[in-house]
Design a protein around this ligand. Structure first.
Ligand code: GLU
Length: 429
């Protein structure tokens, strides 16, 4: 008899190392096979629930209208409303958004928050747009999605090139149509509009908490641990600051143009101030200027890629010289690189755990909005630490039990949870 799971796997066979959806699918397949996932559940979980493509007409400041292409992919609803950010970028693709939406499903399941996964994206270059053009783009995109999003349906959040202001516009647009204020429609809002204390720092803080756990396995203290961070935005910049504050020796950091390196450690608050005023790391005193690819190959204890996908591939994985890879970004490592890193004995904190601090505090924000009662920042951080540490331990135990790498263990943990809930709910016909 034909095996539908094997047929599906052939159909989805990866051909392009850098296609994020193929990368996600390859990891999914491996974990599904190890779990002995029922072929029917496999077929359901292998694809997103819904892919929306919208064309967004926006009146530019010049008076002309430009039509932008946007997406919202809702990957899974088995465990609760779909959840995930919206990114604005000139090179965003539907396959990328699909992969990111699936990663949200697995991420929420790894940290065991009651959400499914979604992701949005608009092909645009926010650097070339004025604030009011971005506002009109955001509001019209929200209007196109009105029937599909909501506090119980799908809850957007910030991602690359979107921020608290973007969320405020989405919240306002949605609320104007609902005829009342609906704070729980988005997370990552300004504090004054129902945002949560600690949300802005949450992804970087989550990276710190998982790194704290990982270094224990190498008998390292923060002071003995050198860290290289790729990225200086909401994840990399904040993650580096928090690690610096905890006593880690952050030796290198970068932005999109390049990075700086000093083997004795960098004064991260000073570096970030410099970056804020000069808009570049080039010329920073007492450090060598390096390219982003050179930065990844610096010898260190912890390498934290906190920027974007496909940074560690079959081309450079062999030259990575860290003990711990802390994936603050989504999808920074390709499956081919996974194998090489595994052979080199590098301990990977997989993205769907490492960067899950953001969505964990998004969950806290959603809960607080629905209660109308807000927690202190130390309460938020404490609850975040509990979740991140518990998930790290669960995942490491599972990896040991099944003798698999940590990424496979993370997928197994997540798929098992989503599959169980899907099976219990059954398929509605
Ligand atoms: N964009 C973030 C992520 O990739 C946060 C998503 C959220 O909070 O919903 O995890």
């Amino acid at each position: 008899m034909a095996n539908p799971m094997a047929d599906d796997m052939r159909r989805f066979k990866a051909t392009d190392e850098k296609n994020p959806f193929e990368a996600m699918s390859e990891r999914f397949d491996r974990a599904a096979q190890l779990l002995g996932l029922d072929p029917d559940l496999y077929a359901v979980l292998r694809v997103p629930s819904r892919e929306l493509k919208v064309y967004i007409p926006v009146k530019l400041d010049s008076g002309h209208i430009q039509v932008f292409e946007g997406y919202r992919v809702q990957h899974n609803f088995a465990r609760g409303p779909a959840k995930g950010g919206i990114r604005y970028a000139p090179d965003v693709t539907l396959d990328e958004v699909k992969a990111l939406s699936a990663w949200m499903t697995w991420k929420c399941a790894v940290v065991n928050v009651p959400f499914g996964g979604a992701k949005g994206g608009i092909i645009c270059d926010p650097r070339q747009m004025s604030e009011s053009e971005l506002e009109r783009l955001t509001r019209r995109y929200t209007a196109e999605l009105l029937d599909f999003i909501g506090p119980d349906k799908d809850v957007p959040a910030p991602d690359m090139n979107t921020n608290e202001q973007t969320m405020a516009w989405i919240m306002d647009t949605y609320s104007m149509h609902a005829r009342h204020t609906v704070t729980a429609i988005v997370t990552g809002k300004p504090i004054a509009l129902g945002g949560s204390l600690g949300r802005r720092e949450a992804t970087g803080r989550g990276v710190l908490f998982t790194v704290n756990e990982a270094i224990k396995r190498f008998n390292l203290t923060p002071a003995q641990t050198s860290v290289v961070v790729q990225g200086s935005g909401n994840v990399g910049g904040i993650g580096a600051s928090l690690m610096h504050e905890k006593g880690y020796k952050v030796v290198a950091i970068s932005d999109i143009f390049g990075g700086i390196y000093n083997s004795n450690g960098l004064n991260i608050p000073d570096v970030l101030d410099y970056l804020k005023y000069t808009k570049s790391l080039e010329g920073y005193k007492e450090a060598d200027y390096v390219s982003n690819s050179e930065l990844l190959e610096i010898e260190c204890d912890v390498l934290a890629p906190c920027a974007t996908e496909n940074q560690i591939t079959s081309e450079n994985a062999d030259r990575i010289k860290c003990k711990i890879l802390a994936e603050g970004a989504n999808g920074p490592t390709t499956p081919k690189a996974d194998k090489i890193l595994h052979e080199k004995g590098i301990f990977v904190i997989p993205d769907i755990l490492c960067n899950a601090g953001g969505v964990t505090v998004s969950y806290f924000e959603w809960v607080q909005d629905r209660m109308g009662y807000f927690w202190r920042e130390d309460e938020v951080n404490q609850r975040l630490e509990e979740k991140m540490v518990a998930s790290f331990v669960e995942l490491s135990d599972l990896a040991e039990l099944h003798n698999v790498d940590t990424r496979t263990a993370a997928y197994m943990l997540a798929i098992d949870r989503v599959a169980y809930d899907t099976k219990m709910r059954g398929i509605y016909a």
